[in-house]
Design a protein around this ligand. Structure first.
Ligand code: ZN
Length: 427
C-alpha cells in the first residue's frame, strides 16, 4: 500500500469539471480520492504544500517519436519517457516510424514492455496503418489493437493511394481506432526543404506548398464521411486545412486535429539564417497560417497541442541545411513555450489545460487521465506559471537537443509530474 498524498493549497484547473480555483487534491491507492477546499488527509498522509502552483490533469501528448527500436542513438523509450516526465506529460503516444516500423504485435508489445521498465509516463503506441508504412498493404489492425495500440498512422509518410486510404479507414472504424494522417501529397513536395513562399525563394530552397497539405485533408474528409471513421489531422500547419476541418466539424463529422508548439510560435522567417533546428515537416509557414492555427486552437476547430517530439543527434542537424534531418525536439520545452499563449490572451487557462490534457484524452476511448474527478487515475501535472527559466542543453533528459528553444528564456514550467499516484518527476 502506498502512502496517501495530500496536495494542499494549489489552484486546480480541470476542464473536465469546469474547475478553476483553489482546492486540495487527495491521492490514495493510485487514484484521486478527493478534490475540494480544506481537505483533511487520513492519518499518515504525506502533505505537500503546493501553494502558487497550478494542478492540472496529467498532460497528454498524442504525437511523439521515441526512436526505439532502431534509432536508439537519438532517443530510447527510457530517455523519451524521462523527457516526457520532465515536460509534465503523464502519457505520450509513440508514432510507428521506427526501424523496423511498428506494424506488428511484437513491436507494439516490446515498446510497451520497455515503457513499463522505464516506469515513467504511460506509453500508448500508435501502430502503422500499412505494412512498413509503404502505403500498400494494410496492417493487422485487430491484432495491433489487442496488443495495445490506440491508433494508427503512417506518420512521416502520407497514405497516398485513395483506395488504400478508404480501406484503412473502414478497418479503423471497425476496430474503433483513431486514424492520424500525416497530410502531405508527396508528389507536390519532392525535394522540398521548407515552406514554399518568398523566404524559400530568397534562400534558394525548394518549397513545400500549403496545397500539398490541403489536398490530402480535403480528400480524407470525403473518405472519413463515407466510412464514418475517426479521422485526425496530425501537425496541422496551413490555414486552408483549418478551414476544411472547421467546415467538416460544422457538419458533425467525427474529425479532429492537432497543432505543434512550433507551428504556433514560429513562421518561415525563422529559417532566414538557414537554422537547421527550425527545419521541420510540415514546414513552418507564414503569419496568416500561424494566426489561423492560434484562432482555431482557441475556438475548438483544432482539438489539441501535440509536440511531434522528433529527436535527432548533432551530427544530423549541425550540417548543411539540405542534408539536415527534419524535426524538433519538443517534450521539454512545450509548456514553457506554450504558456506564452495564455499570457498573450490566445488561450484562457481552462482551454490551455484542455488542449494539453482533457481534449487529447477524449480522442482515445477508455483513455486514463484527462480529468481530476474522484476515482480517476491520479495522473497529475503541477505547473508553476510564473517561474522564468532557461532551456539548458545540459539539463535536457532527452538524448538529443535539437530545438530552437535552447538557451531561450521561458516563463512557466512543470514542477512535478505524477502518474498513478507516483511522482515520476520533481524539480
Ligand atoms: Zn508527421
Amino acid at each position: 500500500m502506498s502512502r496517501p498524498m495530500l496536495l494542499r493549497g494549489g489552484r486546480v484547473v480541470d476542464p473536465s469539471q469546469g474547475l478553476d480555483g483553489p482546492a486540495d487534491v487527495l491521492i490514495e491507492e493510485e487514484v484521486i480520492a478527493a478534490v475540494g477546499p480544506a481537505l483533511q488527509g487520513p492519518d499518515g498522509a504525506e502533505i505537500v504544500d503546493v501553494s502558487g502552483l497550478v494542478l492540472s490533469p496529467g498532460l497528454i501528448d498524442l504525437h511523439v517519436h521515441l526512436r526505439e527500436p532502431g534509432g536508439e542513438h537519438k532517443e530510447t523509450i527510457a530517455t523519451g519517457a524521462a523527457a516526457a516526465a520532465a515536460g509534465g506529460f503523464t502519457a505520450v503516444c509513440a508514432m510507428p516510424n521506427t526501424t523496423p516500423v511498428n506494424d506488428t504485435r511484437a513491436i507494439t508489445e516490446m515498446m510497451l514492455a520497455r515503457a513499463r521498465e522505464a516506469g515513467g509516463p504511460r506509453l500508448h503506441p500508435i501502430a502503422a496503418a500499412t505494412r512498413g508504412s509503404k502505403g500498400e498493404q494494410l496492417t493487422e489492425m485487430a491484432e495491433l489493437r489487442e496488443a495495445g495500440a490506440i491508433g494508427i498512422s503512417d506518420d512521416g509518410r502520407c497514405v497516398m493511394n485513395a483506395a488504400v486510404m478508404r480501406r484503412a479507414l473502414e478497418y479503423a472504424r471497425t476496430f474503433d481506432l483513431l486514424f492520424s494522417q500525416h497530410c502531405e501529397d508527396h508528389h507536390m513536395t519532392k525535394d522540398a526543404q521548407m515552406h514554399e513562399g518568398e523566404i524559400a525563394t530568397q534562400l534558394g530552397l525548394t518549397g513545400w506548398p500549403r496545397e500539398a497539405e490541403d489536398i490530402i485533408v480535403a480528400r480524407d474528409l470525403i473518405l472519413a464521411e463515407t466510412t464514418g471513421a475517426r479521422y485526425h489531422v496530425a501537425h496541422m500547419s496551413s490555414f486552408g486545412a483549418v478551414r476544411l476541418i472547421r467546415e467538416a466539424k460544422s457538419r458533425g463529422l467525427r474529425v479532429s486535429a492537432e497543432v505543434t508548439p512550433h507551428h504556433l510560435l514560429f513562421t518561415d522567417e525563422a529559417l532566414l539564417g538557414y537554422d537547421t533546428y527550425c527545419k521541420v515537416n510540415p514546414p513552418l509557414r507564414e503569419i496568416e497560417d500561424r494566426e489561423s492555427l492560434r484562432e482555431a486552437l482557441a475556438d475548438g476547430t483544432i482539438d489539441c497541442i501535440a509536440t511531434d517530439h522528433a529527436p535527432h543527434t548533432d551530427l544530423e542537424k549541425d550540417c548543411e541545411f539540405e542534408a539536415a534531418s527534419v524535426g524538433i525536439n519538443g517534450l521539454e520545452s512545450a509548456i514553457g513555450s506554450m504558456f506564452q499563449l495564455v499570457r498573450d490572451g490566445v488561450l484562457k487557462p481552462l482551454r490551455f489545460v484542455e488542449v494539453l490534457s482533457t481534449a487529447p484524452a477524449r480522442l482515445i476511448p477508455d483513455f486514463e487521465g484527462g480529468s481530476l474527478r474522484e476515482g480517476r487515475a491520479a495522473d497529475i501535472t503541477l505547473l508553476d506559471p510564473e517561474t522564468r527559466w532557461i532551456l539548458d542543453k545540459e539539463a535536457l533528459r532527452s538524448k538529443s537537443h535539437n530545438t530552437p528553444m535552447l538557451d531561450r528564456e521561458l516563463t512557466g514550467r512543470p514542477v512535478m509530474t505524477i502518474v498513478a499516484g507516483k511522482v515520476v518527476h520533481e524539480l
